[in-house]
Unconditional design. Structure first.
Length: 169
């Protein structure tokens, strides 16, 4: 998601540069026509503060973007460390989930849908990721719920996560 902001930054920068050029041209026309009048001074002051505000917003935006990228990198590092430290348990849980899918007699397509639902993906995301129609994914999800006896995606995810996290207190 972070990289998708690049076009916005280019559009924003282009807009700021365009407005600056227009403001300077407007001010120069007024200056030539009126000289150093109160109107030119006031308009120049407004343009100056508007540009100063835009520059400040730009710096805040880039700092927040940098911080978000750094936080995302740290989270990825933490996830990698977690996965390495618990790779055996993760593999065992993955095998247990697939074993349960076998017990429910899920088809390969239903398995992919069930995995995506457990991961928290929406029907639309699953359809796009698997190049399927949303209605097809809905039908397969309904089949997963029917075969598993679950009522929905949260029930399906809870089936596998409740024992890992422990019961509610």
């Amino acid at each position: 998601m972070i990289e998708t902001d690049r076009p916005f930054r280019y559009i924003y920068t282009t807009f700021v540069v365009f407005m600056t050029v227009v403001a300077v041209i407007d001010l120069s026309f007024h200056f030539v026509a009126e000289g150093l009048s109160l109107h030119v001074v006031l308009e120049g002051t407004v343009v100056f503060f508007a540009l100063a505000t835009l520059v400040r917003l730009w710096f805040v935006f880039t700092r927040r973007l940098r911080d978000a990228r750094q936080a995302a990198a740290e989270a990825r590092g933490e996830l990698d460390t977690f996965r390495k430290r618990h790779s055996s348990a993760i593999e065992q849980m993955r095998a247990a989930i697939h074993s349960q899918f076998d017990r429910w007699a899920l088809t390969p397509g239903e398995r992919r849908i069930a995995e995506a639902l457990i991961r928290g993906h929406s029907i639309r995301q699953i359809a796009a990721g698997q190049s399927k129609q949303e209605q097809t994914v809905r039908n397969q999800a309904a089949s997963v719920y029917a075969k598993s006896g679950m009522t929905g995606r949260s029930d399906l995810a809870a089936f596998f996560l409740t024992d890992i996290l422990g019961e509610d207190e």
